[in-house]
Design a protein around this ligand. Structure first.
Ligand SMILES: [Zn+2]
Ligand SMILES: [Zn+2]
Length: 177
């Protein structure tokens, strides 16, 4: 049985975490749990950018994700970046145990629009599936409806489905019978 553990990074609303755990359980057929103890991430803050360096967060997530099939997905509401980009929705170690995903820029409010909790949960699930796909060894997909297609904006996230295309699904590891 594959196991995904959700690690809150900074303060994360339970109304985001619980539906995400449920969605991942359904879509990945994994046992998904929420870690009771979250992780602070002030160490990753860049005061000039007022954003958090996702690679630094990943480094601290990975040691906890070393065991077997266990994946640890950091979930945050903070704005993430890597130095070469304005922002990232998330980051993952390809074929490794850790990933992190941010809800910050998935909110309609970020773009000056009215809040849409269902859309937010939908986007977060897609980005979580995407980053976890990387940890299972998947690369970006050219099929824009596939959850493994790369997204540089929410419009692209909204175009894709919360599903792996047949090609990507085929590359996902299957549980032993
Ligand atoms: Zn990606
Ligand atoms: Zn695909």
């Amino acid at each position: 049985m594959r196991i995904v553990s959700l690690l809150p990074v900074g303060h994360v609303n339970r109304t985001l975490l619980e539906p995400l755990a449920e969605g991942l359980t359904q879509h990945l057929r994994v046992a998904c749990s929420i870690q009771p103890e979250g992780m602070e991430a002030e160490f990753a803050l860049n005061p000039l950018r007022r954003q958090y360096h996702s690679t630094e967060i990943l480094k601290r997530i990975l040691p906890g994700a070393a065991q077997g099939s266990l994946k640890v997905l950091g979930v945050t509401e903070m704005d993430l970046y890597i130095p070469v980009l304005t922002f990232v929705f998330g980051e993952a170690q390809v074929s490794d145990g850790g990933a992190v995903v941010s809800a910050h820029r998935l909110r309609q409010e970020f773009y000056g629009l009215p809040a849409d909790p269902d859309l937010l949960r939908d986007r977060l699930l897609k980005e979580a599936l995407h980053e976890l796909g990387h940890t299972f060894g998947l690369r970006h997909c050219v099929d824009y409806t596939c959850v493994m297609s790369s997204s540089n904006g929410v419009e692209r996230i909204d175009l894709k489905r919360a599903e792996f295309c047949p090609h990507c699904a085929h590359l996902m590891p299957t549980d032993e019978p």
